[in-house]
Design a protein around this ligand. Structure first.
Ligand code: SF4
Length: 357
């Protein structure tokens, strides 16, 4: 009989489980604390539980659901994880350390592969395999905390997959991170390529989490070439959903914009971007592309704009009065962009996802 996975269960679910085991009710809080606060990875560690209880738990339940398959650590201490799921699928996650502990961020995957197919992304080339469960999403955060010995301050859903195409499990995982792991909602960010029904569903939760839109181009037709799913959701509808999200949650949206040399980085596009988001409550995050080779042609997919072009773009975008930042590249000496490590280890060739770079 398959063991029950406990690492993604809420306190009421653990209480139900403990009751069914015939254990006293207070065991549920002990178990909950061991799983989420102390990040235990075996029942043996739970020393305030009786030996009989621990043995019984080990025979019918398991924590965690995922296992570490590979780890890369960069010179800037970015840690890239390849995790194996129970069905042997592989997913990636990244821990980014900045100058202070408060900005320690885990970047997690929400799907195995991705159906969106963004042209600059390694995961997009893998295709879609399946959605992750809320447990598998939360397990990534727990495993990263355990391996690194650090308390995770922020979680960003910017790894493999389109989170809003797995919206119900993502919402369940957000509630677990807030209520069980103890990460404040304001320290959670969900990134999307622009799935309007998912944005509306997330807004309905009224959680003060940050929504990040991977916009990447201010023109509908060109955007469709970079982010193919954009064909389904036109920019006016998308911008309206962002305004509604900001109104419902009180949170400023983040506009993610990848700077591809000669494709998305011209002054005209900077003006068009500023105009498009003028009445959206947002910040703008510019992501200079990190060139990698196309697996088939062995040629770079896109070029990286010069520093001067990046700064010129930023200055124009800043005329909206919005905060505009240029994302620092993390983990440059490892396969830190989402999909790269998986592809390398499964011999599918290197690609690029700007989300975690
Ligand atoms: S960038 Fe995100 S949404 Fe686009 S293909 Fe990659 S994983 Fe999917």
């Amino acid at each position: 009989m398959a063991k029950v996975a406990l690492s993604g269960k809420t306190l009421p679910e653990i209480e139900e489980f403990i009751q069914a085991m015939g254990e006293p009710a207070f065991r549920a809080r002990q178990l909950h604390s061991w799983i989420y606060s102390k990040q235990a990875c075996s029942f043996e560690q739970m020393t305030n539980l009786s030996i009989t209880c621990r043995q019984k738990l080990a025979s019918i339940a398991q924590i965690p659901l995922i296992t570490l398959s590979h780890l890369q650590i960069s010179k800037d201490n970015t840690r890239k994880y390849l995790f194996a799921l129970p069905d042997e699928q592989l997913i990636e996650a990244v821990l980014m350390s900045f100058t202070d502990r408060a900005s320690l961020s885990a970047c997690v995957s929400s799907q195995v592969g991705c159906a969106v197919g963004c042209t600059f992304c390694a995961t997009g080339y893998m295709g879609f395999t399946r959605n992750l469960t809320a447990q598998e999403i939360v397990d990534q955060v727990m495993c990263i905390a355990r391996e690194s010995g650090q308390r995770i301050a922020n979680v960003v859903y910017m790894g493999q997959g389109e989170p809003l195409l797995n919206i119900e499990e993502v919402i369940k995982s957000l509630h677990l991170l807030i209520n069980s792991v103890g990460i404040g909602a304001r320290h959670l960010t969900v990134s999307t390529s622009g799935i309007v029904p998912g944005i509306k569903r997330l807004a309905a939760e009224k959680l003060p989490i940050t929504l990040a839109l991977s916009l990447h181009h201010p023109d509908q037709l060109t955007r469709e070439q970079i982010v193919p799913i954009a064909k389904k959701f036109q920019l006016p509808e998308l911008m309206r959903s962002l305004r509604d999200y900001a109104n419902a949650t009180g949170r400023r949206v983040t506009i993610e914009y990848v700077l591809l040399k000669g494709v998305t980085d011209t002054p005209e596009q900077a003006h068009a971007l500023a105009e498009l988001v003028r009445d959206v409550h947002c910040n703008i995050n510019l992501i200079p592309y990190n060139p990698t080779l196309n697996a088939a042609s062995k040629m770079p997919l896109y070029g990286r704009p010069s520093l001067a072009a990046q700064m010129a773009f930023k200055q124009i975008a800043e005329r909206t009065g919005k905060t505009v930042t240029i994302r620092l590249q993390r983990g440059a000496d490892i396969d830190a962009a989402c999909g790269q490590l998986h592809n390398k280890l499964s011999s599918q060739g290197p690609c690029n996802n700007t989300s975690c770079s």
